[in-house]
Design a protein around this ligand. Structure first.
Ligand SMILES: Nc1ncnc2c1ncn2[C@@H]1O[C@H](COP(=O)(O)OP(=O)(O)OP(=O)(O)O)[C@@H](O)[C@H]1O
Ligand SMILES: [Mg+2]
Length: 212
């Protein structure tokens, strides 16, 4: 599989919005495809549906397969409560059936050290999929620490980081700090959209996400 793994400094930091932006920006030059391998809380939170809507994606741009769990909890716990066990082996098997000719935008669940089962974590999946990571981080106070911790964990496991996407009211000092202490490029700063309409999101992404 080729493409990027969209991870984040936390849950709710904007990985799904960032993924929709990446789909919209990268489709200008490549055939892209979004994939959410593990989704918990599927009834209230369906990131696949959200990306499809926000990026205006036709079915070919979405890989619909994956583990879908009801309870809105960490994957290891949501799985346990459903009486199943998630394994990276199973996710890799699903990955092997994904479209091969497309640039995949794979969205994690939560952050990098989220457990999938009693032993494996999201970060192990990123490494095993052999994808470059894109880290989504909040723009505001607290982001320097969370971003640097996430970058350190990724690099410790030999995972290449393509860049950081900062989300929320742009904060120049925080962007500069993440770039210099984290030795990483901030690809773009996603503003807070008053209304998350597909047209606005797609237009913003085409203009602002370049040269990843
Ligand atoms: N820049 C933004 N402008 C407006 N709304 C935003 C923005 N970023 C995030 N949101 C909203 O905040 C919520 C959380 O964002 P999002 O779902 O993208 O986070 P996530 O990191 O994908 O979370 P999860 O860990 O559940 O996958 C969503 O309702 C989203 O629409
Ligand atoms: Mg999400």
């Amino acid at each position: 599989m080729k493409g990027y793994f969209v991870t984040g400094t936390d849950t709710g930091v904007g990985k799904t919005l960032a993924s929709a932006c990446l789909v919209a920006a990268l489709r200008v030059t490549d055939d892209v495809c979004y994939w959410k391998p593990v989704q918990t809380g599927i009834e209230e939170d369906d990131d696949t549906r959200m990306v499809k809507a926000l990026a205006h994606s036709p079915d070919e741009e979405i890989y619909f397969e994956g583990i879908r769990l009801e309870r809105p909890l960490s994957p290891h716990l949501s799985a346990r409560l459903a009486g199943v066990r998630i394994s990276i082996e199973e996710i890799l098997a699903t990955a092997s059936r994904a479209p091969k000719d497309r640039l995949m935008i794979v969205e994690g669940a939560g952050g990098v050290l989220v457990p999938l089962n009693e032993r494996e974590m999201m970060i192990d999946l990123i490494r095993d999929l052999n994808l470059q990571a894109i880290v989504v981080a909040r723009s505001g106070l607290g982001t320097i620490n969370h971003s640097l911790l996430t970058l350190e964990a990724l690099r410790l496991r030999g995972i290449d980081v393509a860049g950081v996407l900062m989300n929320g009211e742009p904060n120049e000092e925080n962007r500069k700090a993440v770039e210099s202490y984290g030795k990483v490029r901030v690809i773009a700063e996603i503003p807070r959209f008053e209304r998350l309409s597909p047209d606005i999101v797609v237009r913003w992404a085409e203009r602002n996400i370049r040269d990843i």
